[in-house]
Design a protein around this ligand. Structure first.
Ligand code: HAM
Length: 429
């Protein structure tokens, strides 16, 4: 019986692992330099935790199961609820603000498509305890910091920003009931993701009154922050939300990333718990789903039985990101970077024990070193060294037998140097 991998999962062969590690290592490095500390939680939790506040879409994509004790559990589709639970548990002991990051493996039973799988890794950064859009600006800055560090520019990616608070205020102002808002958000979030006609139909299902619907459609056509003021009229909440967005753009400007950022009324976010500024980052080809998404969720900790504490954060998956980085050629030199530093070869089989000693000394000195099990001609061993992406070859031949010298061959330039064994090792440090 031939066993297939499960649909929507990935096998990571060494070359894939090198790419995954490149991304995850940079996620960690950028988190640390932006002042975030790492945490993690369990890969499954009580099912109810995700049914409570993540929203219908995620709830319909859960890998849920019953354990032997009859408990209803689910594999984590996101880590934000776990974060809220963990912070609530120690809220009085944790110094604030809490700036934490994590790189969990997540599962969602989505229809697999380009950039969306059933199992993926997602970088999360969250700031808890800061009720100021400076924290939202910092989350956006940190996301852009990573993308720039990975080699992307504002010609490659765009941060699209809006506000749930603004949307809630304007929808309320248009007369849409508070109770129906979650469903309306779910549809508005699809505006840039489904054909216009389908969007119209979906909107009809959640807003039956045609005059209210028309107002919403007009609002969704707004292209700039200044146009919004006409819609807000004298509504206090809406005007405050506009002011907050202006302040956010001001911070982003001071942080030097405004050329990456754009206001976009179409960003609403699919998850139910967002309450304020929301954002998503897209690649400029516009062909792929979002690279990342996040926003402010000021009620989630309280909804999970804790105190009401402000929170904001984002999640960035490795799938769309991987496609974008591949297209940009970022992974091109990875095999060289991760290759063997020294491949030890021998010109005469009688030197096998000596060559093994050289390999061992290199490894003990912290160098990536390897050798051929098969041995054979020097030519064959050099070929093996190239296949292993070795930077240097250390050859034991006549010079070794006669004068205890090594031939060091640079595999790139082909240049060869002859060095006494002890000099070679003392230079390594
Ligand atoms: P989300 O929008 O559901 O938000 O996911 C954020 C990112 O995770 C997406 O933009 C995408 O990069 C990646 N992602 C989501 N689903 C998949 C999938 N099936 N396959 C591959 N990648 C995927 C959240 O998860 C929030 N918890 C983020 C957050 C943290 N908000 C505040 N803090």
């Amino acid at each position: 019986m031939e066993i297939q991998p499960v649909k929507g999962t990935r096998d990571f062969y060494p070359e894939d692992m090198a790419k995954r590690n490149f991304i995850a290592d940079l996620w960690k490095q950028v988190s640390l330099r932006n002042g975030f500390a790492e945490y993690d939680g369990p890969i499954f939790e009580y099912l109810a935790m995700y049914q409570l506040k993540s929203g219908d879409e995620i709830a319909s994509q859960l890998f849920a199961f019953e354990d032997r004790g009859g408990r209803q559990l689910a594999i984590r589709p996101e880590i934000t609820p776990t974060l809220a639970r963990m912070v609530n548990q120690r809220i009085n002991a944790l110094p604030r603000p809490i700036k934490w990051f994590s790189v969990p493996r997540l599962c969602r039973a989505e229809r697999p498509q380009k950039g969306r799988l059933r199992e993926f890794f997602q970088w999360n950064i969250d700031i808890i305890g800061v009720d100021d859009c400076l924290a939202d600006a910092e989350v956006i800055f940190c996301s852009v910091d990573f993308l720039s560090q990975a080699g992307l520019t504002n010609n490659d990616v765009v941060v699209r920003i809006s506000s749930r608070r603004l949307m809630a205020a304007l929808l309320g102002y248009f007369g849409i009931e508070k109770e129906g808002l979650e469903k309306v958000y779910g549809v508005l979030d699809k505006k840039n993701k489904v054909p216009q006609e389908a969007f119209g139909k979906m909107l009809e299902e959640v807003i039956s009154d045609s005059s209210k619907r028309q107002k919403v459609q007009k609002l969704m056509a707004v292209e700039s922050l200044s146009q919004l003021e006409d819609f807000a009229g004298s509504d206090k909440n809406a005007n405050q939300a506009i002011e907050e967005l202006k302040q956010l753009f001001n911070y982003l400007n001071i942080m030097g990333i405004s050329e990456f950022c754009k206001f976009d009324i179409g960003i609403v976010r699919g998850l139910a718990y967002y309450t304020g500024i929301v954002f998503e980052i897209y690649d400029k080809s516009e062909q792929l789903r979002a690279i990342c998404g996040g926003g402010r969720y000021d009620n989630l900790l309280a909804d999970f039985g804790g105190q009401k504490i402000s929170a904001t954060g984002m999640g960035m998956g490795d799938c769309v990101l991987g496609i974008v980085l591949e297209e940009k050629g970022v992974f091109k030199n990875l095999s060289q970077k991760n290759g063997i530093e020294y491949f030890v070869a021998l010109a005469d089989e009688s030197l096998q024990n000596e060559s093994l000693k050289v390999v061992t000394r290199l490894r003990r000195a912290g160098r990536k070193a390897d050798f051929s099990y098969k041995g054979g001609s020097l030519g064959k061993q050099l070929k093996q060294a190239s296949a292993a992406n070795a930077a240097m070859c250390v050859i034991l031949g006549e010079e070794f037998t006669q004068k205890k010298q090594l031939v060091i061959k640079n595999m790139d330039s082909g240049q060869q140097d002859i060095v006494a064994v002890e000099d070679f090792f003392s230079r390594l440090g």
